[in-house]
Design a protein around this ligand. Structure first.
Ligand code: ADP
Length: 279
């Protein structure tokens, strides 16, 4: 992405429609329990998980691998059921296929036989949006995510980082107000991940989405978030909800400063009591 992104008519729409339609408490997770039935018995994945995501906030779920972070995200997306508790998204029960909520996964899941533009337009087409409108919107998103010039490329011609940029454009094309992101940059090299993190943070200052971000990387969570929800190893329970009040933009200098380092240390220490600290 370039530093200066010209505001197109489409992006003006996206920004104008940012989050006012959402209630103040955009996502409410209450006392949620979830076990998976397996051949060898029940696996208790998450236990009594509760947290709120306020409108326009970035909330990260942090915890070691296997602690149930993805499970929580998929339950918010309505992709998997839970055993007890409740999850409200914009004041209605979590459900799959809603337009106000979009999910982005660790692997890009782009269709190789389609061009990048056709991939980005796919959700808009599935939702029955006007094709010309969807195409105009998709094209402006290419600029926003720094992929201009690659509209007609094939997926295999893109690097991993570029594929995730395409996934981000595909996520934004139907203008969801809530973005659910499951370790979207964790498969990328450190340099690319850091760059995409700061670009996502910059994008967020323009688009004001409500974001639930899953990661096992504590500095990444601190860099991006307004609140970090800390989970224990399986069964995942919430041990801390840490507000992050660092100034934005969270530059390398801010992140290397004593306040940020104290927050990172504090979250790491929350794991020490339970064992199994993530990165
Ligand atoms: P995380 O995202 O923190 O790495 P997950 O939510 O993916 O954790 O998984 C939590 C636990 O639930 C893990 O022990 C995992 O093996 C188990 N699990 C996840 N999905 C399934 C499934 N479909 N069937 C059985 N067990 C599962």
């Amino acid at each position: 992405m370039t530093e200066e992104v010209p505001a197109s008519a489409t992006m003006a729409t996206l920004e104008d429609s940012a989050t006012p339609r959402l209630p103040h408490r955009a996502v409410a997770v209450r006392s949620v329990n979830k076990s998976y039935a397996t051949n060898t018995g029940n696996v208790e994945a998450v236990r009594d998980v509760s947290f709120d995501v306020l409108r326009g906030q970035v909330v990260s779920l942090v915890g070691p691998s296997g602690c149930g972070k993805s499970t929580v995200l998929k339950m918010i997306a309505g992709l998997i059921p839970f055993d007890s508790g409740s999850i409200e998204v914009a004041d209605s029960p979590a459900a799959a296929g809603r337009r106000d909520c979009g999910i982005m996964l660790q692997s890009p899941v782009l269709l190789p036989w389609r061009t990048v533009l056709e991939n980005v337009m796919l959700p808009a087409q599935i939702m029955g949006l006007n094709k010309a409108e969807a195409e105009a919107r998709a094209k402006s998103l290419f600029e926003l995510v720094g992929l201009q010039g690659f509209e007609h490329s094939r997926v295999w011609e893109l690097s991993g980082g570029m594929q995730q940029r395409a996934s981000l454009a595909r996520l934004l094309v139907f203008e969801p107000e809530i973005l659910l992101m499951d370790e979207p940059f964790s498969a990328l090299d450190e340099f690319t991940r850091e760059r995409l993190d700061s670009e996502l943070a910059r994008l967020q200052t323009r688009l004001h989405r409500t974001i639930v971000y899953v990661t096992h990387n504590i500095p990444e969570a601190v860099m991006l978030s307004d609140t970090v929800v800390v989970m224990t190893p399986r069964p995942g329970q919430v041990v801390a909800r840490t507000p992050i009040e660092l100034p934005r933009p969270r530059t390398r200098e801010v992140m290397a400063g004593p306040e940020a380092q104290a927050l990172i240390l504090g979250i790491r220490e929350a794991f020490d009591d339970d064992g199994g600290a993530p990165e």
